[in-house]
Design a protein around this ligand. Sequence first.
Ligand code: NI
Length: 168
Amino acid sequence: MIRTILTYPSPELKKKSAPVTIITDSVRELVRDMAESMYAAPGVGLAAPQLGVHQRVIIIDISGKNEPPDLIVAINPTIIHADGEAYEEEGCLSVPDYAANVKRHARVIVKALDLEGAERTWKAEDLLAIAFQHEIDHLDGVLFVDHLSMLKRELFQRKVRKAAEEKR
Ligand code: NI
């Protein structure tokens, strides 16, 4: 089922998510809904809090094929190693119509559980490394715009306010 993706400045996006303790049917259903919602958007990544569910679950698919075979499901993901520097343009399904360059690590090693509860490790670089960092940030209530310089953030917030006024 496609669920509504919350958008900035929803306070739900600022909350910290809790670890998943057992992978129940509701977690499996959540992941299915996340995948459907992400592919429909379309997007390359989604975190559970973007659907208003504050559990540490992220999905990523950078293949561009919009099909489940390349879907990464990471439950309780943690970055166990990070190095290098990247500065690429990012967007977010929760921040529509806005993109900006963000400073990230170029390479990360991520540990997480998969949907079967097995421990998985991903060695990621480039776009995948950025996607992991972006999605894991969501679990801590952090959006990519939170990484921008003060000036850029002010410009972004001005743009959001203006768009909201225009809608009225
Ligand atoms: Ni995002």
